[in-house]
Design a protein around this ligand. Structure first.
Ligand code: PLP
Length: 343
C-alpha cells in the first residue's frame, strides 16, 4: 500500500475484532478507576456548554505540570487535531522526519503544502541527522520518541533544528511512556510540542491532547477552530491527567513498560530471522521480519501493525506494542512457530 491512502492507515485497522491486539499502542482497555470516576463526575456539567473556567483549569494544570504559563497551552481534540491545524501556519516547505506517524503529512499534503522527507537509517538506529533537514524548511516535524521506530532523539539535537522563522514541531505523543521524560522539549519556550493522553491513559475514544508553544504561534495554529472546540469531559481528563498524582502514576507505569519492552526485545531477538530495531525507548518495537509473517500471525489470531505504510519502511517491517510478558506469550509462540516452518 502506498500514496496518501496508505498514509491514512493506522493500527486500529489492523486490529480487527477477535484478534489479539499488538497493533494499537494504547495501554490497557480503558482508563483507570480514578480517571473514570473523574469523567463520570464531569457528566454532571455536560448540561451546559464547556465553560471558560474548565478550559482555564485544564490549561493551568498542564502549565503547572510542564513549568509553563497557561497562555502557552491549548487543549486539543486529540493531538491529531493539532496536525490537522498545521496548514493554518501557512508553511512554504515542511520537512517531515521519517519513518514516522503520517497524519501531519496527510494534513499538509491535503492543503497543498510542499513536503520534504528527511529519511533516517536503520544502520544507526534511525538517529536524527540535522544536516539532512533543508535550510529553507519553515516547518519541521519530528516525533520523540518516534512512532514506529521507538527512537528517542536527544533534546539538544532536536533543539538544534530551531531557527528564527521556522516552526519546530515535536510530537511527544509517547513521551509520557519514557521514564523521567529526559529528552522532552516541553520546557523549550520557542518549540511547538504536541502531547497526547490517548496511549498512557487508554482514552482513544475521548480525543484528548494538548499543544505547548508561544502564545502567538498557538493563536495562529488554532485560528478558525469552532466555538467550544473540545468538550467538558476532555477538559476534565486533561486537568486530571496533569495533576502530580497522575504524572507520578504515569512515570511508575513507564518504568514497568521499559522492563516489559526489554523482555520482549530479548525474546524476539532470540528468534532466527527477526531483527528488533534499537535502541528502543517507546512502548512499541519496530521489527524486520520475513514478508508473510504478518499474514501468518493474523491467521493465528494475532494483529500486528503493518510497517509498509510508513515512508521509508517496507512489507518486511511490522510494529508490535509492548505488553506484559504473559500477554506476549501467544505472540512469541506464533512468531516462533512461523519461523520454524521457514527454517
Ligand atoms: C506518534 C503519534 N502522534 C499522535 C497520535 C495521535 O494521538 P491522539 O489520539 O492524541 O490524537 C498518534 C496516534 O496514533 C501517534 O501514534
Amino acid at each position: 500500500m502506498d500514496g496518501t491512502g496508505g498514509l491514512r492507515h493506522h493500527g486500529d485497522v489492523d486490529a480487527e475484532p477477535g484478534l489479539l491486539d499488538f497493533a494499537v499502542n494504547v495501554r490497557g482497555s480503558g482508563p483507570p478507576g480514578w480517571l473514570r470516576a473523574r469523567l463520570v463526575g464531569a457528566l454532571d456539567r455536560i448540561g451546559t456548554y464547556p465553560s471558560a473556567a474548565d478550559d482555564r483549569a485544564a490549561r493551568r494544570a498542564v502549565a503547572d505540570r510542564h513549568g509553563r504559563a497557561a497562555d502557552e497551552v491549548v487543549v486539543l481534540n486529540g493531538s491529531a487535531e493539532g496536525f490537522a491545524l498545521l496548514p493554518n501556519l501557512r508553511p512554504r516547505l515542511a520537512a517531515l522526519v521519517h519513518p514516522s506517524f503520517t497524519e501531519p503529512e496527510v494534513a499538509l499534503r491535503d492543503a497543498g503544502v510542499p513536503v520534504h522527507h528527511v529519511l533516517l537509517d536503520p544502520a544507526d538506529g534511525y538517529a536524527l541527522h540535522p544536516e539532512r533537514v533543508p535550510e529553507e524548511a519553515d516547518l519541521v516535524v519530528v516525533g520523540n520518541p518516534t512512532n514506529p521506530t521507538s527512537t528517542l532523539h536527544p533534546a539538544r539535537t532536536l533543539a538544534s533544528l530551531a531557527r528564527p522563522g521556522r516552526v519546530l514541531l515535536v510530537d511527544e505523543a509517547f513521551m509520557d511512556a519514557v521514564p523521567g521524560e529526559p529528552e522532552t522539549l516541553t520546557g523549550e519556550p520557542g518549540v511547538l510540542v504536541f502531547r497526547s493522553l490517548t496511549k498512557t491513559w487508554a482514552l482513544p475514544g475521548l480525543r484528548a491532547g494538548y499543544a505547548l508553544g508561544p502564545p502567538g504561534l498557538l493563536a495562529r495554529l488554532t485560528h478558525g477552530r469552532p466555538q467550544w472546540p473540545v468538550g467538558t469531559l476532555v477538559l476534565e481528563a486533561v486537568a486530571a491527567c496533569s495533576e502530580p498524582h497522575a504524572v507520578a502514576e504515569a512515570q511508575r507505569d513507564a518504568a514497568v513498560v521499559a522492563t516489559h519492552r526489554r523482555q520482549l526485545e530479548r525474546a524476539l531477538g532470540e528468534i532466527p530471522g527477526i531483527t528488533v530495531h534499537g535502541p528502543a525507548a517507546g512502548p512499541f518495537l519496530l521489527l524486520t521480519v520475513p514478508v508473510g509473517l504478518r499474514a501468518a500471525l493474523r491467521a493465528a489470531g494475532i494483529a500486528v501493525r503493518r510497517g509498509d505504510t510508513f515512508p521509508g519502511l517496507g512489507p518486511d517491517h511490522v510494529r508490535v506494542a509492548v505488553r506484559a510478558p504473559a500477554e506476549c506469550s501467544p505472540l512469541l509462540a506464533a512468531v516462533r512457530a512461523h519461523q520454524e516452518v521457514l527454517l
